[in-house]
Design a binder for this molecule. Sequence first.
Ligand SMILES: [Zn+2]
Length: 298
Amino acid sequence: MNLAAGILIALLASQSGQKPEWCRALPRPEYRKLERVDVPDKWFEVYRIRPGLFAIYEPHQQEEIISYLIVGQKQALLFDTGMGISNIKKMVEGLTQLPVSVMNSHTHNDHVSDNWRFSRIYGMDTPFTREHAKGSVAAAQEEIGPDAICGELPAGFDAKSYAVKPFHITDWIHGGEKVDLGGHVLEVISTPGHTPDSISLWDAHDRLLFTGDMYYPGPIFLFRPETDLDAYEVSIKKMISMRAQLLLTAHNIAVGDPADLPRVLAAMKQVRSGKIKPVKAEHWSEYKFQGFSFLLKK
Ligand SMILES: [Zn+2]
């Protein structure tokens, strides 16, 4: 195709309101197998994974972020608060009347943007976490560019003032803590690598491992300065050793197969030994494997 024809097609696509590339394949077929819970706020899609365990998916923004609500007999824990584009606190209050605390898989903007609404927040005791709790305008604004949104933004959303608002960490954690929700105990596993403050959450009773951004099916972002690939390998080994029955991941598809983790470790070793050729893009080199890829520094 010549350049003029290409420009014309792009123009027609934008005029016809054609969807951005990333969301043309949505909804993802994996969600058909999950039990959908009807919620009034259409920004969110909620799925009941087990009794008392909800995946909260935001499919209208490119991150396709997934936060998790885990409900015990006495209290509930919200593992990440998502984009802050709609009000996750209000939505969660429709799922449980118990007090809800927040814990983050790590403090990248797409996981913490509604933290500010909550009064009890667990945070890893790292300088990275302290810095990110100050919030950011730029990180949020990058998430609402013309190709990042698919479908309707919530009524009342104000793009101009959209920011990661500062939040206050009330409970500093270091890894190893156990949080008892009443009949449901969760253990904090320190799994640095993607960021220094990355954690996984372990439900020993049901053998569930919440992986945050350490692993999800899709391109895994490992090119930022805060990423440490030595730590990443050590943490993936630790996650393999948990022998989980199910992974709950933070982007794209809520449920993941624990058998992916040894493949991730082997793939990372291959990449780091220089055996795999990447596809180079503007900001990263992509190393592709079946079901996931690594985006690394060029
Ligand atoms: Zn992240």
